[in-house]
Ligand binder design. Sequence first.
Ligand SMILES: [Zn+2]
Ligand SMILES: [Zn+2]
Length: 227
Amino acid sequence: MKGVNEEYSRLIGEKDAHITKSEAAIHQKEALLAVQAVREELKKKLEQAEVDKHIHYLRSTAEIDDLSRTKSTLEERLIELIKDKDVLWQKSDALEFEQKLRAEERWLQDKEATHCLGCQGHFTWWLRRHHCRLCGRIFCYYCSNNFVMTKHSGKKERCCRECYTQHSAVVERFTEVSDPSAKSDDVAYDIITEKEANGIYDSDSLSQTTGGSLEGEQDTRPLGALV
Ligand SMILES: [Zn+2]
Ligand SMILES: [Zn+2]
């Protein structure tokens, strides 16, 4: 009986040891599974990171391409603008020179102008002189029958066709540099009225004429246009 008991105790001890061993093995297995799960997760994250990196790379490349194209376009535009600027400077110089010439010839014209610079019509008591308020040259009523807003007067001023067609910026520049007092001598050159056209005039209007025949093609043409 004692032998059986001892044998039983030994078997129980073996069983306990076996259980302990199994438990340890199970723990190890669980730990291994946990590690594998973490590894899988990390692997997925790594893959995702690589995909993200690739997408980011593609996006950056596209952006760099865009920027390069924009840069090229801007460089081309800059070159165009520099060329335009040079052309404008040349035009500006030419216009300044032209303006200077006109200013120099202006006073001669005031006294000696007998013909309209536009239509060559002869100035008479009824074909009066009119100054272009921009270039100062003298025209007949019809050839100076254009009006532009000028800066110094703030109202529309009479000007010749040439000045009228010039760029507004240039017109403004002419206006700025022209002497506003210079136009005071222009008051006498009034628009001809219907009364005067019909032959009713006084000594004042006669005094403004520079002579010239009332007959002739050049003289009768503007009268016809007036009616
Ligand atoms: Zn004219
Ligand atoms: Zn003009």
